[in-house]
Design a protein around this ligand. Structure first.
Ligand code: MN
Length: 231
């Protein structure tokens, strides 16, 4: 048997300090996982974590030291930044207990959950899916992945995003409502996790819109920087 036409190459993200590529299987995202961001989006109190997805080929890998280029997407006039800790899964599983979850982590990266907020807002209002607001082309810019063997397990550390040099988002990974372990526990009840899955763990407060020409500079302690220009 042969493919009818050559399959697309797998989506992949560089591994920091190596010439390796981490092949991406799926991209899961957690909604409202920092208290102050949950408030700014209209949430109240601790809700069970909820999830949405982006296509694997929505990744926009940005090499170490480079400035990535993200085309301003169509069909929106309110493109928002969401700086996030991304967890890369190296070992799959279903119904993973929080106590075992960190053994499934392969590494970490700085990522941006870019969002067409106007489309997401309309979808929320109408009870429709979030796909067009969240899962569009190039909607997942990501810096190189740092293997956990280099970083150790990450439970806290500063996370921030500047736009054109001005601070927009600033928090600490320790403020996640649902920790990485708890997130993996919940997510793996709904889906069989596989090596290559990426989990965008949620964004802190301060989300806002960007326009063509803006320079986004995000960082997380120990995971380097993610720089991105909107073109
Ligand atoms: Mn997000």
């Amino acid at each position: 048997m042969q493919f009818s036409f050559p399959p697309s190459p797998p989506a992949a993200v560089p591994v920091a300090g190596t010439d390796q590529l981490f092949p991406v299987h799926r991209i899961y995202c957690v909604g409202r996982n920092y208290a102050e961001h949950a408030k700014e989006m209209g949430g109240t109190g601790r809700e069970a974590p909820f999830f949405f997805m982006k296509p694997a080929d929505a990744v926009l890998p940005v090499a170490e030291g480079a400035i990535g280029k993200m085309p301003y997407p169509a069909m929106t006039s309110d493109l928002h930044h969401e700086i996030e800790l991304v967890v890369a899964i190296g070992k799959g599983g279903k119904n993973i207990a929080a106590a075992d979850a960190l053994r499934h982590v392969w590494g970490y990266a700085v990522g941006l959950d870019m969002t067409r907020r106007d489309l997401q807002g309309e979808a929320k209002k109408l009870g429709r899916p979030w796909c067009t607001g969240k899962g569009f082309d190039h909607s997942a810019p990501i810096a190189p992945i740092y293997p956990v063997t280099k970083t150790g397990w990450i439970a806290d550390g500063a996370i921030h995003l500047n736009v054109n040099g001005a601070p927009r988002q600033k928090s600490d990974i320790g403020k996640l409502i649902w920790s990485v372990s708890e997130t993996i526990e919940h997510l793996s009840r709904y889906y069989a996790l596989e090596p290559g899955d990426l989990i965008f763990t949620g964004t802190p407060e301060g989300v806002a819109s960007v326009k063509q020409g803006d320079l986004l500079e995000g960082a997380i302690d120990g995971l380097g920087e993610l720089r991105l220009k909107i073109i």
